[in-house]
Ligand binder design. Structure first.
Ligand SMILES: *[C@@H]1O[C@H](CO)[C@@H](O)[C@H](O)[C@H]1NC(C)=O
Ligand SMILES: *[C@@H]1O[C@H](CO)[C@@H](O)[C@H](O)[C@H]1NC(C)=O
Ligand SMILES: *[C@@H]1O[C@H](CO)[C@@H](O)[C@H](O)[C@H]1NC(C)=O
Ligand SMILES: *[C@@H]1O[C@H](CO)[C@@H](O)[C@H](O)[C@H]1NC(C)=O
Ligand SMILES: *[C@@H]1O[C@H](CO)[C@@H](O)[C@H](O)[C@H]1NC(C)=O
Ligand SMILES: *[C@@H]1O[C@H](CO)[C@@H](O)[C@H](O)[C@H]1NC(C)=O
Ligand SMILES: *[C@@H]1O[C@H](CO)[C@@H](O)[C@H](O)[C@H]1NC(C)=O
Ligand SMILES: *[C@@H]1O[C@H](CO)[C@@H](O)[C@H](O)[C@H]1NC(C)=O
Length: 387
């Protein structure tokens, strides 16, 4: 029951094969919501001073993934930047332009195959496919394909109702085949997805819910959004049947992370300034008591990442709407304390619009893209366990 509207690709992909694209169309699912309050600016937080440093790029950094323990790829404007992570902070090795070079083809989210040989740059209505070894070797011939979405153009700012497309790819010789499988309609603006540790579930956030569409095509949307649970096996073959449950997830939920044991699903509710924890078992039963913790964080949290073996969870408090009298930062949440209902967690200062995270393979350094400061920031998270 999709309704035609201004369609656009959403750009966060965190998955290995198969590749799930988020694109948009008007959806018809309307959740029964009793909205948690939205909040403009978060209360002030104490600052923790731990070692952080940054490397400046020439372009706005967004998605960020490790190809090897010493090489990081960063989506940066219409380029992909390669960074050497053997130093703190990393150093810039090279910047490879993508073939399109103009709007709407900025490089947004990145995803890398499990074998680390193929990198996907979310861009335009689909993804640019990059041969990792060729990119490291200097870039010649590294752009091997473009997986085309079916509708719309990329724009993180113009997203609207939503669907997930699944594309299957990979042949044995690492060339790419691009097979359109189908899509599932969810609530609006799906920007965050995460797999369960066993790969059987895909969690997806929707920023808003569609209340109604007027005769002229205007969508009336809620301030609150949802978290959906999808069955990955069904999603691969028969996507429209894959939805297991959808629950309310605060104002503007945008990213999701799953605990290492798969039991908790964490969501940043950007317009609530909250980090929400859901019990995965109850969530799958679509139970109204699945929400087990609501943690106040900084202003407009986006990225979320578990660090220190799951002892801490960190949010990227973006202040992306540029509110006055507040700041950006990383809220460091002690998980055990948060699950007991504690509040008042401190923050680490950042540049402007901290957005996406990646943890180093040894777990000691957290890297993040400070989108509006054109820099990648390194944070020595091993220092958080010293007290
Ligand atoms: C990364 O930097 C280290 C130290 O400067 C250097 O030894 C190494 O060769 C560099 N690696 C790459 C892939 O550039
Ligand atoms: C997508 O962008 C291209 C290039 O700017 C443009 O030609 C095309 O019409 C756009 N498609 C949609 C659906 O907006
Ligand atoms: C890669 O494998 C596919 C499927 O087996 C085949 O069609 C294609 O020609 C091969 N490409 C190369 C470059 O060997
Ligand atoms: C949008 O929908 C909500 C919920 O149905 C309703 O209360 C509100 O009046 C609508 N707003 C507009 C501008 O139509
Ligand atoms: C989940 O529960 C809500 C609220 O009771 C309901 O509106 C929705 O249809 C349910 N979703 C699924 C997938 O069962
Ligand atoms: C700024 O925030 C502080 C701390 O919440 C508050 O005391 C102060 O009144 C605010 N200033 C303005 C101008 O809103
Ligand atoms: C980034 O690093 C430079 C050089 O160390 C430093 O001068 C600057 O203050 C840092 N910027 C931020 C926003 O942390
Ligand atoms: C990170 O902090 C730990 C603890 O203070 C320290 O031992 C280590 O050298 C630091 N890492 C870097 C890259 O400086």
């Amino acid at each position: 029951m999709a309704v035609a509207t201004n369609i656009s690709l959403l750009s966060d992909m965190f998955l290995s094969t198969p590749l799930f694209f988020t694109i948009t169309t008007c959806a018809t699912i309307v959740a029964a919501a009793s909205p948690p309050a939205c909040q403009s600016i978060a209360p002030p937080q104490q600052t923790i001073n731990i070692q952080t440093s940054n490397v400046t790029l020439n372009y706005t950094p967004f998605g960020i993934v490790y190809a090897r323990k010493d090489i990081l790829f960063v989506g940066a404007g219409h380029n992909v930047a390669l960074l050497n992570t053997s130093t703190f902070p990393p150093s810039l090795i090279n910047t490879l332009p993508t073939p399109f070079g103009t709007e709407p083809f900025a490089v947004n989210g990145l995803a890398i195959s499990r074998d680390k040989r193929i990198l996907y740059l979310s861009s335009g209505p689909g993804a640019i496919v990059v041969d990792v070894e060729k990119a490291i070797a200097g870039g010649a011939g590294s752009i091997v394909d473009y997986l085309d979405g079916t509708v719309g153009n990329s724009s993180i700012e113009r997203h609207f109702p939503f669907t997930v497309n699944t594309h299957l790819h990979h042949t044995r010789n690492w060339s790419v085949s691009n097979t359109y499988v189908g899509y599932i309609e969810l609530d609006l603006s799906v920007v965050g997805t995460a797999l369960s540790p066993d790969g059987k579930r895909l969690y997806a956030t929707s920023e808003n819910v569609l209340n109604s569409i007027s005769s002229t095509g205007t969508c009336n949307i809620s301030a609150t959004g949802t978290l959906s649970v999808l069955d990955v096996e069904i999603l691969k073959t028969n996507p429209s049947e894959a939805l297991l449950a959808t629950v309310d997830a605060g104002c503007g939920p945008v990213r999701v992370a799953v605990s290492h044991d798969g039991k908790l699903v964490w969501v940043t509710a950007r317009e609530s300034n909250m980090l929400l924890a859901f019990d995965a078992t109850k969530l799958e039963l679509n139970s109204s008591d699945a929400l087990v913790a609501s943690v106040q964080v900084g202003t407009s949290p986006v990225g979320v990442v578990l660090v220190n073996g799951g002892r801490h969870i960190i949010t990227a408090d973006s202040n992306r709407f540029g509110y006055k009298n507040t700041t950006t930062g990383l809220t460091v949440v002690d998980i055990e304390a948060a699950l007991k209902g504690e509040q008042g967690f401190p923050r680490i200062p950042t540049g402007l619009f901290p957005r996406e995270f990646v943890l180093s393979p040894d777990g000691k350094t957290l890297l993040l893209s400070d989108y509006a400061s054109n820099m990648v920031q390194a944070v020595n998270v091993s220092q958080l366990t010293l007290n």
